[in-house]
Design a protein around this ligand. Structure first.
Ligand SMILES: Nc1ncnc2c1ncn2[C@@H]1O[C@H](COP(=O)(O)OP(=O)(O)O)[C@@H](O)[C@H]1O
Ligand SMILES: [Mg+2]
Length: 309
């Protein structure tokens, strides 16, 4: 299939960038590049730096596949630049990208629209730490609101641990929140062009699904199909799609959530440009739905055209 036949024209695949998730983005980008090229797409990798607008302009590209994770690529700034340049791009628009990147504002919107997300306290002062201990109890989780890949996050199990957790998260920049700890099971729902793909259950012997469990450990388990009754999974899928929509996300992405001991769902976060290596979660869910990696990459590329937000 030639570029002209598949209608996508010359495609820029943005990867790398300068966020803390650069290394993961390069891996995702390499996998997507191979798949798009194998499908006959005229795709070109661009390792993004601050000259990206110039590179895109000079290259005469027709559309952009955003495979950047984290700040600078997944947070609306790249999307805004592409809007100004008039270049169609994959995934969420400016607003959805920016809101989903911000875990605090995502939670505020979900709470305002009646969607369930764990109670939280913003940590700005020592008094806030004390209030968090009183209000949320222990254990709790402390996280930077603008980071990904579990970077800067800690489970706090003793009162004395909150100071170090706050400091670690603060070093990432941006606001920091403490969240009520949900004990139960963890899941993720991949979304592809308004379809919720089969959910994946994540299991780790570690304290939580941290950076090591995500990218290094060999004992993290990914269970798909996830073992929920089909009717239960369908009901949850409606909540996950609503969570995705209310933060203004579109195209494709992933909603992370937990089920507590009473099977009550709790929204954790939305990822608008999640990992796309051959063992990442969205490709795993797609495979379960009968969509191979190549088809998935093409469907995401097609999502440039459907954005309303
Ligand atoms: N409220 C919570 N209770 C228990 N575990 C949590 C909670 N929030 C996050 N986690 C754990 O931390 C991991 C990373 O948190 P998440 O908010 O998804 O950040 P990231 O953007 O880094 O993936 C989750 O996958 C989950 O294992
Ligand atoms: Mg997550």
């Amino acid at each position: 299939m030639s570029a002209a036949v598949n209608g996508f024209g010359k495609v820029a695949l943005l990867m790398g960038g300068w966020s803390a998730e650069r290394a993961i983005s390069l891996k995702s980008g390499a996998a997507v590049l191979e798949a798009l090229r194998a499908a006959g797409v005229d795709a070109h990798a661009i390792d993004v730096d601050h000259r990206v607008a110039y590179v895109l302009n000079e290259g005469g590209f027709d559309r952009v596949f955003i495979m950047l994770h984290g700040r600078g690529g997944e947070d609306g700034s790249m999307q805004g630049m592409l809007e100004v340049m008039g270049l169609p791009y994959t995934g969420s628009g400016v607003l959805g990208s920016a809101l989903a990147m911000d875990k605090l504002r995502s939670k505020q919107i979900w709470l305002a629209t009646g969607l369930p997300t764990p109670e939280y306290v913003v940590l700005e002062t020592q008094q806030d730490c004390e209030r968090a201990l009183q209000q949320l109890g222990l254990p709790m989780i402390v996280k930077p609101v603008l980071e990904g890949s579990s970077i800067g996050m800690s489970k706090v199990e003793h009162e004395a641990g909150i100071a170090a957790a706050w400091e670690l998260a603060t070093a990432c920049g941006g606001k920091v929140i403490a969240e009520r700890w949900i004990s139960g099971r963890e899941y993720t729902a991949a979304i592809l062009n308004r379809r919720v793909l089969p959910m994946i259950r994540l299991e780790t012997p570690r304290q939580f699904y941290d950076y090591i469990a995500k990218y290094e450990a060999t004992d993290t388990r990914y269970i798909c199909p996830c073992g929920l009754e089909p009717a239960h999974e369908h009901a949850l899928a409606d909540i996950m799609l609503a969570a995705f929509d209310t933060v203004g996300a579109s195209g494709w992405g992933r909603v992370d959530f937990m089920l507590d001991e009473n099977d009550q769902p709790w929204l954790i976060e939305v990822n608008t440009a999640p990992g796309m290596t051959d063992h990442s979660l969205v490709p795993m869910a797609a495979k379960q739905a009968g969509i191979d990696f190549g088809q998935l990459a093409l469907e995401i590329l097609g999502s440039c055209d459907g954005r309303k937000a």
